[in-house]
Design a protein. Structure first.
Length: 367
């Protein structure tokens, strides 16, 4: 039927279109079965064109594409990351995708790399606990922990206040609809670039730290931030915005990508109750300094009523991740041996950012 409607189009394009349509229908059916679909029928809002190795060729002058009028040459401006992977031992996959965004044609290329599995099994295990304002890494069996402070809540709130000031200033003069000066002022904030830069630097630093061991990460459930908002009735509009923009899932995804790129093995563990139980006896912990971190990172000290073990909540969460990983393989981790046992050496480091990432502490006056 499709072949009869488009007789001059190469058959490989038709095969790619059928494959794309089947994947969209399969995804929509899965969402509808779970009650997450917002429409009765699938709607195509974004589209792209798939090309296999019979439809495109990479040359020094650009990319050659097969069309119904023959082969055409399209000049391409490659990103710096393309040359980084192209000259770094990675190979091009046979299929690519084209997409049109605001009169610009983008070529999406996939790279692949063959890696050798290390024969020597790593002896160190790193538990990583990701939070709104910090990432904590616990190293086993040396019992060392490091907390990398990002203060992401300050960045989010600072941009929220600055954005409100800009919107209030320009919307009073020229309104909201079609306000070009408002759009330009908001674009100059570079909010997305700053947040992405913080996430990338953090993921690279973590990959350098854990390169000689096995990494244990949390298995984050879908829509976990929405679940936290539903459970906590104290969160208001600004608190909900802060939590949704905390980039916990984005940092988690970037860390996994860095681990895969550097051939570092990792394990996903269920994180439920890892920050609220004792890593030695498994008893309930009591808070000493409180839980909230709305205004940046602060130590949240927890104490076990059974053994007296006291440490930061995030360090305890990373320790319990390692404990669960060791229990899965039949080992006995963190066993008590004496009254002064389980001493964890703890280091706290703060990420440095540019001036544009510093928050504006004064709230705007809204009228």
């Amino acid at each position: 039927m499709v072949r009869e409607k488009y007789p001059s189009v190469p058959s490989h394009y038709i095969h790619e279109a059928i494959r794309d349509a089947s994947q969209r229908i399969k995804s929509f059916t899965k969402l509808k079965r779970k009650g997450l679909a917002k429409t009765d029928k699938p709607i195509v809002r974004k589209w792209s064109v798939g090309c296999d190795n019979q439809l495109w060729k990479l040359t020094l002058r650009g990319v050659r594409i097969a069309t119904h009028k023959g082969w055409i040459n399209i000049p391409v401006q490659f990103h710096k990351l393309f040359w980084r992977y192209y000259n770094g031992g990675w190979t091009l996959r046979s299929s690519v995708r084209w997409k049109l965004v605001k009169n610009k044609l983008y070529l999406c290329i996939v790279f692949a790399k063959s890696v050798e599995i290390k024969e020597d099994s790593p002896t160190r295990i790193y538990g990583i606990d990701i939070n709104e304002n910090n990432v904590t890494i616990y190293e086993y069996p040396s019992n060392k922990a490091i907390t990398i402070v990002t203060n992401f809540s300050k960045i989010v709130l600072g941009y929220a206040y600055r954005r409100a000031e800009i919107q209030q200033k320009w919307s009073k003069r020229f309104g909201v609809k079609g306000n070009r000066r408002l759009k330009v002022s908001l674009r100059k904030l570079r909010e997305r670039d700053v947040k992405r830069d913080v996430r990338l630097k953090l993921a690279k630093k973590i990959a350098e730290t854990v390169k000689d061991g096995i990494v244990v990460l949390e298995r984050l459930p879908k829509r976990f931030q929405d679940r936290v908002i539903e459970k906590d009735s104290r969160l208001n509009g600004l608190g909900i915005h802060r939590l949704k923009q905390s980039s916990i899932r984005g940092i988690h995804r970037l860390i996994i990508e860095m681990l895969v790129e550097h051939n570092i093995p990792y394990i996903l563990i269920n994180p439920s109750h890892t920050s609220s139980i004792c890593p030695v006896y498994g008893s309930k912990l009591a808070s000493i300094t409180g839980y909230a971190q709305r205004n940046g990172w602060k130590p949240r000290i927890m104490k076990c009523s059974k053994c007296g073990f006291t440490h930061d909540r995030d360090v305890i969460g990373a320790m319990n991740l390692v404990k669960r990983c060791l229990l899965d393989v039949g080992l006995m981790p963190l066993a008590p041996k004496g009254a002064h046992d389980l001493h964890v050496e703890w280091l706290v480091a703060t990420m440095k950012r540019g001036e544009e990432a510093q928050p504006v502490l004064a709230r705007p006056t809204m009228t």
